[in-house]
Ligand binder design. Structure first.
Ligand code: NAD
Length: 507
């Protein structure tokens, strides 16, 4: 059954979802959702009012009272239906995603599929949420644990994966028995809302999943709301640190996945073709707007001679709108993002790095107003330069040279971020040492973007993550549940009493 409920008001403002109803926000404050390839305004995002935030949390709180008791199999069946609906809707939702976000259609499908994998994993919550049982911990005494849902959970998501990251959050939270309030990115909430609608079609009951829109004021209201139990955040380090502090101060569980500077270390014994293709794809795919994009290449020893070949491959990538066939690099999300990236490129030049490939102001016939930045490569980069210390979040690869693997490890570990890292080599011994000594959440060995599959968890280190438990996998089941430990003894009429026990020992 497909509902035709409109996600938009008559003036193309995206609706909120509160207690199963798609409602128009009463706010007069709204932001345009802009196609980054054309500047066409596709719709508007309202900034939810405080009353609307209160109503969304109240709906989630009320729904929790019954949803938490819904049998596991019923929750899993909803996820089974959701995965089927997402699969069926893939090309349609991918088109919406490309229009509002800019990435290529193939990559938009990838964005949805990586999220879909989490929904598939949510279908096995029965085994994931199992407690433990120990029989006879004392004579006739058993101890067991219950993994119970924690209540109203909040998700705050970034613009760069409007499908995958919301799907990291609400399916696992809901299938564990919680209710949810989602605050998608205000820059591209349309594809997220398409997925939310599919969740309702799959049978998620009113109030179990709610959506509010907006920016800082809405996020702050959610993070400090007394009825919110947990907050999952994915976005920049500056905002993620603020969310972690604010929600933490208000007693919430928080997981905050933040910015990155992902290094790829290249040893001279690596497979040259594989390595160079992997670097070009990971640095410039999605216009570098992935938290796991390769943004620094560290050439060890002789491998520095490969740099001209890498520049040639980067030059060969096609910059165009994401809907055009054959596009490798789409636009960046906004005029402001493009301006910021170009300023950072300027700073690299003025700080003395060698601009080996300049992607500023590429010609894109038919899309002259798009926010395009072409692949850009810097050589001779030093650790103090802004292009190295800051996350650029654009198609810019900074290249550095070191003498040994140890120097490369020291360089990576001294960077403030610790999201992803990759090593290219054919030496098992080097790879083993690297994986052991490197300080980053995700490590790829000849794999440039090692985003874990959903039976593992996404992790992070240092400036890339706050909070102990990461999204999806087993860690998120811990995050979205609370363990209760029961110690039980049963007496029937034949049991003989041992008298009064005034000690703490189980007798
Ligand atoms: P962002 O931090 O600007 O926005 C993220 C969310 O926070 C959005 O929903 C936004 O509305 C909200 N927000 C923005 N400003 C706020 C403020 N002042 N107070 C409270 N809330 C605010 O991030 P973005 O630009 O949408 O996304 C890109 C960033 O996300 C990059 O830094 C990228 O590395 C990071 N990211 C990290 C991961 C990860 O898993 N580590 C994954 C994807 C993206």
């Amino acid at each position: 059954m497909h509902t035709t409920a409109s996600l938009y008001t008559g003036d193309q403002t995206i609706r909120l979802l509160i207690n199963g109803e798609y409602v128009a926000s009463r706010s007069t404050e709204r932001l345009p959702i802009v196609n980054p390839a054309t500047q066409q305004v596709l719709a508007h995002t309202p900034c939810s009012t405080d009353d609307e935030v209160q109503a969304a949390v109240a709906a989630a709180k009320a729904a929790f009272a019954t949803w938490r008791h819904t049998p596991i199999a019923a929750r899993m069946r909803i996820m089974l239906r959701l995965q089927a609906l997402i699969r069926e809707s893939l090309p349609r939702v991918a088109r919406v995603l490309t229009e509002e976000q800019g990435k290529t259609l193939a990559d938009a499908e990838g964005d949805i599929i990586r999220g879909l994998e989490v929904v598939e994993h949510a279908c096995s919550v029965g085994t994931l949420q199992l407690g433990e049982f120990a029989e006879n911990v004392a004579g006739g005494v058993d101890t067991y644990t219950l993994r119970q849902p924690i209540g109203v959970c909040v998700g705050i998501t970034p613009f760069n994966f409007p499908a995958m990251i919301p799907l990291w959050m609400f399916p696992m939270a809901i299938v564990c028995g919680n209710t949810f309030v989602l605050k998608p990115s205000e820059q591209d909430p349309m594809s997220t809302m398409e997925l939310v609608r599919l969740a309702l079609e799959a049978g998620v009951p009113p109030g179990v999943l709610n959506v509010v829109h907006g920016g800082k004021s809405v996020v702050d209201a959610l993070c400090s709301h007394p009825d919110v139990a947990a907050v999952s955040f994915v976005g920049s380090t500056a905002v993620g640190t603020h969310v972690y502090d604010l929600a933490g101060r208000h007693g919430k569980r928080v997981q905050s996945m933040m910015g990155a500077k992902n290094h790829a270390v290249i040893l001279p014994d690596a497979n040259r073709e594989h390595t160079l293709n992997a670097l070009a794809g990971a640095a410039f795919g999605a216009a570098g707007q992935r938290c796991m994009a390769t943004s620094v290449a560290v050439f060890v020893g002789e491998s520095k001679d490969w740099l001209p070949d890498l520049v040639q491959r980067a030059k060969g990538l096609k910059v165009n709108a994401g809907v055009e066939p054959g596009t490798d690099v789409g636009p960046v999300i906004s005029v402001q993002a493009k301006g910021r990236i170009e300023q950072l490129i300027d700073s690299g030049v003025s700080e003395g790095a060698q601009l080996l490939l300049d992607g500023r102001s590429p010609l894109v016939p038919g899309y002259e107003h798009g926010n395009f930045v072409g692949p850009t490569v810097f050589g001779g980069v030093k650790a103090h330069m802004r292009i190295y210390t800051q996350e650029i979040f654009g198609p810019v690869l900074v290249c550095m040279e070191v003498g040994t693997l140890d120097e490369a490890i020291a360089l990576v570990n001294a960077n403030p971020f610790g999201n992803g890292v990759a090593l290219f080599t054919q030496s098992g011994a080097a790879a083993r040492r690297f994986q052991s000594e490197i300080d980053a959440g995700q490590v790829g060995i000849n794999v440039p973007i090692p985003v874990p599959v959903p039976f593992f968890s996404f992790t992070g280190s240092r400036g890339s993550k706050l909070g102990d438990l990461g999204p999806y996998g087993k860690q998120v089941v811990q995050f979205y549940t609370q363990t209760k430990t029961v110690t039980a003894r049963w007496f029937d009429d034949a049991t003989v009493s041992g008298g009064v026990n005034t000690t703490i020992s189980l007798k």
